[in-house]
Ligand binder design. Structure first.
Ligand code: GLA
Length: 378
């Protein structure tokens, strides 16, 4: 990918360039907890967005997307975001960097990626983090703090893309480290790296190929439900809520909001339980928690879909240790923790059964936990 981007850059803009990249992410557990001040447990993966960049001496940004075969340019002083969704991510990152007092000058760029779109692997966070990292390196002597880089991406989603997301995806993309999962406390932003080598197990994603699109999805509605319950409880976020507190206000919130909050309260604790279990090498507990998360996301939070529930059922039938829908939901992948000896049968069965029911096989993505945002060395 690197060579192709470089070559395309040379053809289009006729100059040399520097290459930056950032990664998509998985999340072992801790879904829809980030915007509730809870815990998440993601890691960056070896699927990247890569950009070739060079300063162009103007106040314009000129962008070519290789995957879309589309071109866009915008001025750094323009208030209006470009019409194309893909270009808004880059526009937003420039604006949000400037808003925070960072320097951004005109540049040319060509970018491409291999993070599957709409699979729940955060291709958009990878794109934002790639450019936030690059602008910091090119124009700001890397003085912008890494959390600020993640927030630049998150604010881009809020202000230019209509997704009121939490911090998890951008955090994972910016902070990702090879072979490590990261537990993040989304309230204090305290975080810890956990080396992840599940001896005897494989971590594999099955992409249902049901396109998940958080823009215009009920994602923002889920967040509003949580905020309503937090307000009814008189707490800042559901981080401070317990089952007992929730039971006390049951008749003051709708049944739907009640169930959303019930999921979040359980999920907060599951992240901590999974981290403890991992330290003991207790993968059975990790897997059990993953199944619990799936059930909660499907029944209480209602962000699953028929195809993902089916993949989860097949995983149970095949004796998979843990399986659940991953990411925002409404399509995308399941994440599965599978014993080595059960792996081949699980993959073959899932492909065959899913194909028989839905007319296509799920895409198998083996997870390799990798570094996040970085500059590519020659
Ligand atoms: C999306 C959002 C994240 C997070 C997850 C659900 O990926 O971008 O902030 O809320 O959904 O855990």
């Amino acid at each position: 990918m690197k060579e192709k981007i470089k070559e395309q850059f040379k053809q289009r803009f006729g100059t040399d360039c520097v290459i930056y990249a950032s990664a998509g992410r998985i999340n072992l557990i801790g879904e829809h907890t980030d915007y509730n001040g809870g815990f998440v447990f993601p890691g960056a993966i070896n699927k990247y967005i890569m950009a070739a960049i060079n300063i162009n001496g103007t106040d314009k940004v000129r962008v070519y997307s290789m995957d879309m075969d589309a071109y866009c340019e915008f001025g750094l002083n323009e208030e209006d975001a470009p019409a194309d969704q893909w270009a808004r991510y880059i526009f937003g990152v420039c604006r949000e960097t400037i808003k925070r007092g960072g320097v951004v000058k005109g540049f040319d760029t060509v970018f491409a990626g291999n993070v599957p779109l709409g699979a729940g692997l955060s291709s958009s966070a990878a794109l934002e983090s790639c450019f936030a990292f690059a602008l910091n390196d090119m124009f700001n002597d890397n003085k912008i703090d890494k959390f600020e880089l993640a927030k630049i991406g998150q604010s881009t989603e809020h202000n230019y893309c209509g997704v009121n997301c939490g911090i998890m995806d951008q955090f994972a993309s910016v902070f990702g480290k090879k072979d490590c999962l990261m537990r993040l406390d989304c309230r204090s932003l305290e975080h810890a790296y956990f080396p992840f080598h599940p001896e005897g197990y494989k971590l594999v994603l099955l992409n249902s190929k049901v396109k998940h699109e958080l823009v215009d999805s009920p994602y923002n509605k889920r967040r509003e439900s949580c905020e309503r319950v937090a307000a009814a409880l008189g707490v800042e976020t559901l981080r401070d809520a317990t089952y007992t507190m929730l039971a006390d206000i049951r008749d003051k919130v709708s049944d739907e909001d009640y169930r959303r909050a019930r999921f979040v309260i359980g999920e907060k604790q599951r992240v901590l339980d999974v981290c403890d279990a991992l330290e003991r090498g207790d993968y059975e507990t990790v897997g059990r928690c993953m199944f619990e998360t799936h059930d909660g996301l499907s029944r209480d939070y209602e962000v699953s879909c028929e195809e993902l529930d089916y993949l989860n059922d097949v995983a149970r039938e095949c004796g998979v240790t843990g399986s659940r829908i991953m990411g925002g939901g409404f399509g995308g992948c399941t994440i599965n923790l599978v014993k080595d000896e059960r792996y081949d049968n699980f993959i073959a069965t899932a492909k065959e059964k899913f194909n028989a029911k839905y007319g296509h096989e799920p895409e198998v993505i083996n997870v390799i936990i990798s570094d996040g945002a970085h500059k590519e060395m020659d």
